[in-house]
Design a protein around this ligand. Structure first.
Ligand code: NDP
Ligand code: 2IT
Length: 449
């Protein structure tokens, strides 16, 4: 673990004390504070204004009961969350996650990361996150709809195009956003398209939003490689997960000439000697909503499914963890380094453990942290808000063009900030400092609120 500046230690201690048991939130705050020592040395007024303490305290946290009725007529109860973390730069903005592991600490970690990520995009969006411990696995379409409607029945009073704009995350994709938008529209009697992003194209969605996070992460890694006169051509790439981010990461890696050698879900991973067949993964995950083990069964020779071990055991030059937090351990990182990995791009939020990040840093592996690398999703959400506000709809090429430009800018901002603070190539430091300074400057201007 990197040492944290002694001026910042009491701030971290207080965060740990006041948010007992929220381990993922502690991890996310520590990671950012580790980068801020050089910033407080340069800007003593940040301490006078308690800017760091204020950034670590959410502006508002909403926790509510979500009752719904399953297909057998039984009443079920879940817990709903929305953490409105920081609105210095714009309305709260961030996804909604439906997964049985969801708790307040996880939503707070995600909301905290979102503040800096959104600042890095350069677009006017604050940071927030929501979700529920609802498990969508195996639920019928009607059950999903009833759950989404019940979740929105409470959430609708807290959101709005100028207040808080949710989107998708794990377990929440186009289908769920549609049901939530329908319920919001019905409850408020307003066609307020900009209240949610990730909408379908038939009712106000943006082209390229579905692809944006995976495409954006790949653009970021491509730029990082390019700076060293390298590229994806001929490289073996492992992408973990097989959800929204993973699928569109694989699509762009293939377009850039890389070969995807493995992908996974929470049950295990698949390899394919011919390279992963993305159309088959899409069919299994986007159409049939089945397990990745089906891949090996349907593909036959050359494809293998493994339940034991780790997807990171598969040798590759580029690793793109795109499933969930802490999915890549220190041990996995050592295996990747031994196998010759040259670049790691975090498509997911905080997928590498702190130990894994140290292993990559020591081995001088190019490392793109999630809050920079996966910002293309939320950036394109902000482009969706722009289209909704102007009642316009852009072409795919136009939208992807803006995305590519934004990812290039985020990359360059992180690289230049790292350089300026005396740590060239340290994208973690660059992302944390650049994101933090943008929010801190706005907060300072707005006074003590
Ligand atoms: P999806 O629900 O579409 O896919 C998630 C994938 O990760 C699935 O393959 C899932 O497997 C796997 N996964 C989820 N939880 C676990 C777990 N506990 N252990 C192992 N595997 C797991 O979600 P997204 O693709 O949208 O999100 C993936 C990551 O990217 C998350 O960290 C999210 O926060 C982040 N992200 C998403 C953005 C977006 O626009 N959607 C934007 C920026 C970041 P299974 O089906 O078996 O559960
Ligand atoms: O983690 C993320 O950035 C997201 N899940 C996307 C958020 C958004 O508002 O598009």
């Amino acid at each position: 673990m990197t040492k944290i500046d002694e001026k910042l230690e009491p701030i971290l201690d207080e965060v740990l004390r006041r948010n007992a048991g929220e381990t993922e939130f502690h991890q996310a705050v520590r990671e950012v504070l580790e980068s801020l020592g050089r910033v407080v040395a340069k800007h003593p007024d940040y301490a006078e204004n308690a800017l760091i303490e204020r950034i670590c305290e959410p502006e508002r946290q909403i926790i509510f009961r979500v009752p719904w009725i399953d297909d057998e007529g039984r009443v079920r109860i879940n817990r709903g969350f929305r953490v409105q973390f920081n609105s210095a730069l714009g309305p709260y903005k961030g996804g909604i996650r439906f997964h049985p592991s969801v708790n307040l600490g996880i939503i707070k970690f995600l909301g905290f990361e979102q503040i800096f990520k959104n600042a890095l995009t350069g677009l006017p969006i604050g940071g927030g996150k929501g979700g529920s411990d609802f498990n969508p696995r195996g639920r019928s379409d009607r059950e999903i709809m009833r759950f989404c409607q019940s979740y929105m029945l409470e959430l609708h009073r807290h959101i709005g195009e100028h207040t808080d704009v949710p989107a998708g995350d794990i377990g929440v994709g186009g289908r769920e956003i549609g049901y939530m938008f329908g319920q919001y529209k019905r409850l408020t009697n307003r066609y307020e398209a900009g209240v949610l992003t990730g909408k379908g194209l038939s009712y106000g969605g943006s082209r390229a939003r579905k692809e944006a996070t995976g495409y954006g992460a790949t653009y970021f890694v491509q730029r990082m490689l390019e700076k060293r006169r390298l590229g994806f051509e001929g490289k073996r790439v492992v992408v973990s997960g097989s959800g929204n981010v993973a699928i569109y990461t694989m699509e762009k890696v293939l377009a850039f000439g890389g070969t995807v050698v493995a992908c996974s879900d929470s049950g295990g991973y698949v390899t394919d000697e011919a390279g992963i067949d993305l159309d088959l993964v899409k069919e299994i995950k986007e159409v049939r909503r089945e397990r990745i083990s089906e891949y090996a069964r349907l593909k036959g020779s050359g494809a293998h499914y493994l339940e034991k071990g780790s997807v990171w055991d598969v040798p590759c030059e580029v690793a793109m963890p795109s499933a969930t937090q802490n999915e890549l351990s220190g041990k996995d990182a050592r295996v990747l380094v031994e196998n010759g990995v040259i670049a790691v791009g975090e498509g997911a939020n905080m997928p590498c453990t702190p130990e894994a990040v140290s292993v990559f840093r020591e081995a001088k592996v190019l490392f793109a942290p999630g809050k920079a690398a996966n910002a293309g999703g939320v950036a394109t959400s902000a482009l969706e808000m722009q289209q909704n506000a102007s009642r316009d709809s852009w072409t795919f090429e136009q939208t992807e063009g803006r995305l590519a430009e934004i990812m290039g800018n985020i990359h360059d901002t992180c690289a230049e900030t790292a350089e300026e603070y005396g740590a060239p190539d340290d994208y973690v430091l660059g992302a944390n400092i650049a994101g933090f300074v943008r929010v801190a400057e706005a907060m300072r201007a707005l006074g003590v609120i």
